[in-house]
Design a protein around this ligand. Structure first.
Ligand code: FCB
Length: 444
């Protein structure tokens, strides 16, 4: 069996990771600008000020995608370009940029898939409490409407939030990503407010003319360190509720999973009447980002969390040190179907990929065989899931370009295309040609 008719083969990026041009055309500051410019936050003091200069080089990047043969491109809008202060009238010059990009993609035969929020919150909203403040959900819906009003006639697919669990965990609980707050489990209201923002944005997007609307979550199969140990199994269940269910159950079933084992604050006071039905507004697809499984053991007594992460050492790892386990990807896809059965909308794999320390050889090539093997094995796992009858309609490799990898700066290289940050020269890697051949002649 080949891939389903109309399958989307794409690549993905996010605004702060590729655009640069942080002061141009009226863009306001985001939490990531402030975070990256705070000494000690990002490795070697790297920032997204220039990144891949995609804001200026987008015609070249669209040409690279056309040559690659993708039929969809997932990118995010920078909220602070659209609404520099996070509320009120749209900044037309910010929207003009995305307007041009969308038109160029369509002219190249590539469907634009837009993420509204890939972590770059307008700083003025953060100053007012960020996602700890319920009002941010309403601001998000207003932004969603303005974006759709301008672009929905041409954008085929809308993703409200990217990986809200990472915002809650890394951004507000542990402080390793913007905005760098260390609230630990007191960060849980940011989960509810993001979910509310998602639900309100679904309605706002549809009101603005958007056709296909969904959200993208990060999933990581939870492995108990010792499957015979009840305490390790409980740790894995608590992690699973936090990582894999907290942002999916409410959307697909209208209820939170049991979070009592997490030990955080009671969410009830934050959940107003009707919130859960807003959050459970029907969506057209679920975006799935997968990179690696996580192994958990019982935490030390008195630890702040109900689980403790343990390194997975029996598999090869990527440049990030992430274990390469394509079987875990397959089991995740099967778990989603088993868990939500008829309530599961069509899936799109909105991110999957790996970093390696790729270098341009003297002959000008970039031999990233390890990336080819990674993608090949993960696409094969997805293919098995499709053969199982799981409705998967697209796959987006992370990423088109090497880019700003958050707290790791420019060190990890995730691209199918190598970027020399001194010259901004793009060099397609071997994986680029491999992916092109795979998607232009789909396997039988
Ligand atoms: C995901 C993010 C994406 C990228 C990859 C490596 O969690 O959504 O922006 O950084 O990890």
């Amino acid at each position: 069996m080949g891939f389903p008719e109309g399958f989307r083969w794409g690549v993905a990026t996010a605004a702060y990771q590729v655009e640069g041009a942080v002061h141009e055309d009226g863009r306001g500051p985001s939490t990531w600008d402030v975070f990256a410019h705070t000494p000690g936050r990002v490795r070697d003091g790297h920032t997204g000020d220039v990144a891949c200069d995609h804001y200026h080089r987008w015609p070249e990047d669209v040409a690279l995608m056309k040559e690659l043969g993708v039929n969809s491109y997932r990118f995010s809008l920078a909220w602070p370009r659209v609404q520099p202060s996070g509320s009120g009238a749209a900044n037309p010059r910010g929207l003009d940029f995305y307007d041009r990009l969308v038109d160029a993609l369509l002219a190249a035969g590539i469907e634009p898939a837009v993420t509204l929020y890939h972590w770059d919150l307008p700083q003025p909203l953060e100053d007012a409490g960020g996602w700890m403040n319920r009002d941010t959900a309403y601001r998000f819906a207003e932004y969603a409407y303005r974006a759709a009003d301008r672009l929905a006639d041409r954008v085929g697919m809308w993703i409200t939030l990217n990986e809200p669990v990472v915002v809650t965990a890394y951004g507000y609980a542990f402080g390793v990503y913007a905005p760098g707050r260390t609230l630990m489990l007191d960060a849980l209201p940011t989960a509810h407010h993001q979910l509310l923002g998602h639900g309100l944005a679904v309605t706002a997007l549809r009101g603005g003319g958007a056709r296909r609307v969904g959200l993208t979550n990060h999933y990581s199969p939870a492995w108990p360190a010792d499957p015979e140990s009840a305490a390790d199994r409980d740790a894995a269940l608590a992690f699973d509720a936090f990582m894999n269910r907290m942002f999916t159950d409410p959307v697909l079933t209208g209820a939170y999973p049991d979070l009592t084992a997490l030990g955080g604050p009671d969410l009830a006071p934050y959940v107003h009447d009707l919130d859960m039905s807003v959050i459970a507004s029907p969506i057209d697809f679920l975006g799935v980002n997968y990179y690696q499984p996580t192994r958990l053991q019982a935490p030390p007594a008195g630890g702040p969390l109900p689980f403790d992460m343990v390194d997975i050492t029996e598999y090869p790892v990527t440049g990030m040190g992430w274990p390469i386990v394509p079987d875990a990807f397959l089991s995740l896809l099967r778990t989603l179907r088993a868990r939500y059965s008829n309530g599961l909308p069509p899936l799109y794999v909105t991110e999957n990929g790996c970093s390696f320390p790729d270098e341009v050889a003297p002959d000008g090539t970039v031999d990233d065989t390890a990336r080819i093997e990674f993608l090949d094995a993960h696409i094969a796992a997805m293919r098995t899931a499709i053969d199982d009858g799981i409705d998967i309609r697209g796959y987006y490799a992370w990423s088109l370009l090497d880019n700003f990898e958050w707290a790791e700066g420019y060190h990890p290289r995730f691209g199918l295309v190598h970027v020399d940050y001194e010259t901004q020269k793009r060099t397609p890697k071997r994986s680029y040609a491999w992916y092109r051949d795979l998607i232009t002649v789909p396997p039988k």
